[in-house]
Structure formats: C-alpha cells, structure tokens
Design a protein around this ligand. Structure first.
Ligand SMILES: *Cc1c(COP(=O)(O)O)cnc(C)c1O
Length: 216
C-alpha cells in the first residue's frame, strides 16, 4: 500500500460511523488524488478555481468536488460548473452570485455558510448573527440549497480555545437548522484538530495533510 492509502485507512479506522470525510487535495499531485480514489475516496476538497478545473478534467466523473477556499466573484462561474458543494460561502453577495450563476446553467448547487469564530482575522466567514440573518433573507434563492455550516477553529495549541471555537460553530449550526430544517451538515475539523470537532458533533471533517502529507 502507498502512503496515501495507508493514511486514508488510518483516518477511516478512527473516524466514527456517520461522519463524512472530505479529502483536502489542494496543492497535491494528481497521482496522490488517484491513489486516494483507488482506495475508494470520492469526496475531495479544493481551494482554487484553476486547480479544481484541472483536476476535475483529469479525474473520473463520480468525484464529488467540494470547494473550500475563499471564492472571488470573478471565479464563481468556473467553480459553480465543477463543484458539487461550495463550503466557503462567506458573504450574502457571494451566495446570491452563486445562486444566479447556478440558475443560469440550470443547476442547483449545495452550499454551506462559513462562520468565522477563530482568533485569526485573516480567516473569512460570517459572524454568527450575520450568518443567521443572511440565511433568513436568502431562503427563496433558486440556484442554491443551503445545507449547513462550515467553520475553522483557531490555529493554536490552546485546547480550551479550540474547544470553545468548535462549540460556537456547532451552536451556529443549531441556529441555522431553526431557519432551514434540513441544513444539517456541520463541516468542521482538520488534520490537527478533527477529533475535537467530532466530539462537538461534526458531520463532515476536512482532512488534508494527514492523508496526503505536506502540500507542495
Ligand atoms: C487546507 C484546508 C483544510 C485541510 O487542512 P489540513 O490541516 O491539511 O488537514 C481544511 N479546511 C480548509 C478550509 C482548508 O483550507
């Protein structure tokens, strides 16, 4: 077995039943993605439009592509075309753009609203109250299905902070479900912190380096 399929098997063996896995393949070689695919992985996460486009063209059609990076408005067209899910909707303007583009090509794209709870100012996303307000205003959009919340914890060794961040993301998820009953996805947890996220109810984790190694 190669390193990627080895790592994948290890993650799967400890990931609880019912928690989904997005293999974050951004900046990884096509060969690595193919190895993960051969090991049964179908859900991959990419953070750049050009890379998503190239990899979607090269990989089999049954891959479910999740876009997880900051999405600029001039890239919406390309990402809507290839993504099954856009996890990183961080503004109402972007949500409306994505919906309009999806409608234009007769598609409905699943989206998660990204919430910002982490300490780093550089991370994007709605503040919790803004996210709920946006969901209320956007219930009638035809090109998108709001399916849940995506979030990241602070990048810190302070376990209490990471714990509090995941609790806050989970709380936003609960509030979102009061607005949209079937928005039940809680996408949180990365290589360094996913077991904590799972304890807080993550339904989907996004794991990159623990599967593929360091990014090139
Ligand atoms: C890169 C990235 C990940 C994966 O990070 P790892 O630490 O490599 O597991 C998860 N989520 C988002 C939004 C990312 O940008």
């Amino acid at each position: 077995m190669g390193q990627v399929s080895n790592n994948l098997a290890k993650v799967r063996s400890i990931l609880p039943e019912g928690v989904g896995l997005t293999a974050v393949s951004k900046f990884q070689s096509l060969a690595s993605l193919q190895e993960a695919y051969a090991a049964g992985q179908r859900r991959f996460g990419e953070s750049r439009a050009d890379e998503l486009e190239a990899k979607a063209a090269a990989m089999p059609d049954d891959v479910e592509w999740h876009f997880i990076g900051h999405l600029q408005s001039n890239k919406v067209r390309r990402v809507v075309k290839f993504a099954s899910v856009i996890e990183s909707i961080d503004s109402e303007r972007l949500l409306r753009l994505v919906s309009a583009e999806a409608e234009r090509i007769s598609k409905v794209v699943d989206v998660y609203l990204q919430v910002h709870v982490a300490a780093e100012e550089t991370k994007s996303g709605f503040l919790p109250d803004e996210l709920i307000e946006c969901a209320r205003r956007c219930v009638g959009l035809n090109g998108v299905r709001v399916r849940g919340v995506m979030g990241m914890a602070s990048n810190t060794d302070d376990e209490r902070r990471v714990d509090a961040d995941f609790a806050a993301i989970a709380d936003v998820g609960r509030r979102l479900r009061e607005v949209i009953g079937d928005a039940d996805v809680l996408s949180m947890g990365m290589s360094g912190d996913w077991p904590v996220a799972v304890r807080h109810g993550a339904t989907l984790v996004r794991i990159g380096s623990a599967i593929f190694g360091d990014r090139c």
